[in-house]
Design a protein around this ligand. Sequence first.
Ligand code: NAD
Length: 485
Amino acid sequence: MQQMYINGRFTSGQATETIPIINPATEEIIDEVPRGTAADVDTAVAAAKSAFASWKKVPAWERAGMLHTIANKMQAHAEELTRLLTEEEGKPFIENEEEVFWTYDTFNYYAELGRHERGRFLPPGDPDQLNFVIKEPYGVVACIVPWNYPLLLLAWKAAAALAAGNTIVIKPSEYTPLATLRTIELAFAHLPPGVVNVITGYGLEAGEPLVRHPDVPVIAFTGSVATGQRIAAIAAPMMKKLHLELGGKDPLVVAEDVDLTTAVSAVAYSGLLNTGQVCTSSERIYVHERVYGRFSEELAEFVANLRLGNGMHPQTDIGPMLRDHFRVGVEKQLDAALKAGAHLLVGGKRPSYLDKGYFLEPAVLVNVNHEMAIMREETFGPVLPLMPYTDFDEAIRLANDTQFGLGACLLSHDARLVKRFFEEVKAGTIWINDPLTDNFAGPFGGMKMTGGGRELGQEGLDEFYEVKHVHWDVEGKLKDYWFPY
Ligand code: NAD
């Protein structure tokens, strides 16, 4: 049984019930966490508010040292954290190793960026004046995190918010709080009490009180569009700063000039990493008509050979989905597409050889069109729907035919196509020939219904600063432009 973390100590708070944590590969309960309440949120926010008064004054170099210590301690316990992530979230161990590395190195990155600059100096309007911009922390930041990358998506918020001098209250997903709590225990004890707090619980019971709390001026949220819309509606009357990273329906375009073997591998990776449960999963694949036939056959063969299983087994390529109801959601989308004329080349079924776990065989789907939900709504599962296109105008029109704007990928070595793609496709990240790879220094986020926040890079730090312009007339003499005219 785990506990929440409030004001520097582990506690069950006011919770009288617990939430079971289930391993999606075995369906076993592996632990439980307190079902946090609004009263616990109040205590955590009060602790964070009180800690902010001194945390914001800690010199940036000292804060940087503390963030590096977090990174070092996480690195020292990387294997344990990787195992916990694999058990609670399900993706293969090797993918979780990557997640843990990217997480601790995000703390290293923001440790340094946070002490680099704190505003800018402006050319004054008059020689007697000084003009400058100061970046200041807001106060208490709510970090509300989804389940698909529990540590990484926490780090993108927490490392930047802390480096900027804010204090934080974390609300991990009710499905995947274990690696977060263990990380806090292993790597955060040296921070002053109240700077970091964790409330476990359900979205409505523990997340929403955070959003509603008058002492929480910033909501940093990654999750579904529906939850993001609800949070925005609640926060609007209080004019809170919202940082929303929502769903996607990313396109991937395969140009005629590609090497098919490389393209098949790239598409399988970009659509099936973490069993397709990635916000930037390629969920719509457009293939030039001249290579479409061979590409679909080779992709179906490649996907049929991927090995499903428990993420703890080193041979596993594809883990389970997180829960049965998410699997049922994908099956329903698939069913509707098949009824409307789509055709499965491979997969889409529950594997008969695995009697436990929320597994779904990765699917390659053809004969799809943009009338089908599977090409319009987020799937968040292991499905690769393929559509042929005749020319690049059509490919770009199809890529942009979506309410979302998170990522987009092109596989091509034709510089003219590449230039058109990154200029004309509306998405926050454009990948050419290397889908789904992040760079600490490159901002990550979406356009359109995906929300407008940015994580990583300088942009991801600036999300957690308020900006103040100081106009200082040092001499303070009488002005000839004052009254009377
Ligand atoms: P979700 O919206 O159901 O939950 C996300 C978090 O919000 C959880 O911690 C949940 O408990 C909390 N929450 C739920 N209701 C709330 C409320 N009313 N008030 C406050 N908090 C509340 O999303 P999920 O199922 O955990 O994650 C999957 C979604 O996240 C997908 O849509 C995916 O595309 C998206 N996602 C986006 C990005 C991105 O960077 N754009 C990254 C990863 C995941």
